[in-house]
Ligand binder design. Structure first.
Ligand code: BGC
Length: 435
């Protein structure tokens, strides 16, 4: 029999789940994703989604029953600012109740201010392509912090800016459906500067208002890029280039204070050190082969790979490698997303334990890892894939919106309760095929 040892996590470790407003709330009719859906780009329309807007109490109740101590969600900009400069006090009050409920349930809120969706009015005036976007977003950030900052200890300013850029402006599969590298560069720059500005604004407003000092970072999607043939220099170069641009461009820009090439090479005010932590969203590896067509860069999957329903390779070791690579920035790290779409909940259980084993390996190498948010608490609207992909620890029946925890939910609850992956759990779910 395999010998599994108990993997104990540090005291105060955050165990949570992540969701995003548009994917769960329902009826976010005033943003660019709603429009994208009406134009027929997605498998389903988000519609009422999981009706989390009305059922958040039930969902936080479930999270609490699962022994979670934290929860990551986003505030939908298009609700709070339905027209430029016009604020909806009704929606601000809604999010105040949401935050209060989270805290009442002992869930530390981790709040994202931009999770892929843009208000329609903002998208219509050029969105993140325009340099003014930085100021426009800053007004929203200031409003949220003034109104709700007393309740928010953690901010992830922008979710996966690189995914927003690559899918929206390189591959053209997310709104606005562009394939334009020059625009992609402008959008990347503006998102970076908007993050840095938001970082400063959040701290400034909290100081002015006498709110507790929050932790501010952004949620960064990283992929483990590896060459198909490590002996072929062209493959290695390809992997290194993807890593430099996709994984490192944001990180290095904030670390050095210099907007990195190919987008720039100049210092930007307030950029250096604009983070208190790094949020890592990790899902998969990408095997690199040289290709003049950027859309082929993510396409190679090893023949024997275990796949998710998103056709991503399950590659837990990548989490370890990326965590170790973040050590150089000297900042605490939170895994702000990690999860699997699968119709086999056993596969989900294995996925979680194997990734936690790799996270623990990184901890043993002194990575300052402080939390893990599973994506996602409940099945939800998976962007272009609609409701077809099931990421949840909790199943959502889309006919009656009933929530039913899966076995993985109980497994995760046990981990959160013990602050450890016990040898028994690892044995039960990994058996002979050890992580
Ligand atoms: C995004 C989520 C998405 C998840 C699963 C992440 O890239 O932040 O919104 O649902 O991946 O694909």
């Amino acid at each position: 029999m395999d010998d599994f040892v108990e993997l104990v996590f540090p005291d105060g470790f955050l165990w949570g789940c992540a969701v995003a407003a548009h994917q769960v709330e329902g009826n976010n009719m005033n943003n660019n994703w709603w429009k994208w859906e009406q134009e027929g780009h997605t498998l389903d329309l988000s519609g009422v989604a999981c009706d989390h807007y009305n059922r958040y109490k039930e969902d936080f109740g479930i999270a609490r029953k699962l022994n979670l101590n934290s929860f990551r969600t986003s505030i939908e900009w298009s609700r709070v600012e339905p027209r430029e400069g016009v604020w909806s006090s009704k929606e601000v009050e809604h999010y105040r109740r949401v935050l209060q409920e989270m805290r009442r349930r002992g869930l530390t809120p981790i709040i994202t201010l931009h999770h892929f969706t843009d208000p329609l009015w903002f998208a219509e005036k050029g969105g993140w392509e325009k340099p003014e976007s930085v100021d426009i977003f800053d007004c929203f950030v200031r409003k949220i912090v003034e109104e709700l900052g007393d309740l928010i200890p953690f901010y992830t300013t922008i979710n996966e800016p690189m995914v927003y850029v690559v899918l929206g402006y390189v591959f053209g599969v997310f709104p606005p459906g562009e394939r334009d590298l020059l625009k992609a560069f402008s959008v990347a720059r503006n998102l970076l500067l908007a993050h840095a500005r938001a970082y400063r604004t959040i701290h400034e407003v909290c100081r002015e208002m006498g709110y507790p000092k929050p932790m501010v970072g952004f949620a960064h999607n990283m992929m483990m890029f590896e060459p198909l043939d490590p002996k072929d220099e062209r493959h290695v170069n390809e992997a290194n280039t993807s890593d430099a641009i996709y994984n490192r461009w944001f990180l290095e820009s904030i670390h050095t204070g210099v907007v990195q090439p190919p987008v720039g090479q100049e210092e930007a005010e307030g950029l250096k050190g604009a983070w208190d932590f790094i949020g890592l969203n990790y899902y998969t590896r990408s095997i690199c082969i040289p290709s003049p067509d950027p859309s082929r860069r993510f396409a190679v999957v090893p023949m024997d790979a275990e796949l998710t329903d998103m056709h991503y390779e399950v590659y837990p070791e990548g989490l370890y490698k990326l965590l170790v690579s973040l050590k150089k920035y000297g900042k605490p790290v939170y895994i702000t997303e990690n999860g699997i779409a699968t119709s086999s909940d056993r596969q989900r259980c294995r996925f979680i334990i194997r990734h936690l084993a790799e996270a623990h390996r990184a901890l043993r190498e002194r990575v300052d890892l402080r939390g893990y948010m599973y994506w996602s608490l409940i099945d939800n609207f998976e962007w272009n894939e609609g409701f077809s992909k099931r990421f949840g620890l909790v199943e959502v029946n889309y006919k009656n919106l009933k929530r039913t925890p899966r076995e993985s939910a109980y497994m995760y609850a046990e981990i959160a309760k013990r602050n450890a992956v016990t040898a028994e759990l690892a044995q039960k779910y990994l058996g002979r095929s050890k992580a």
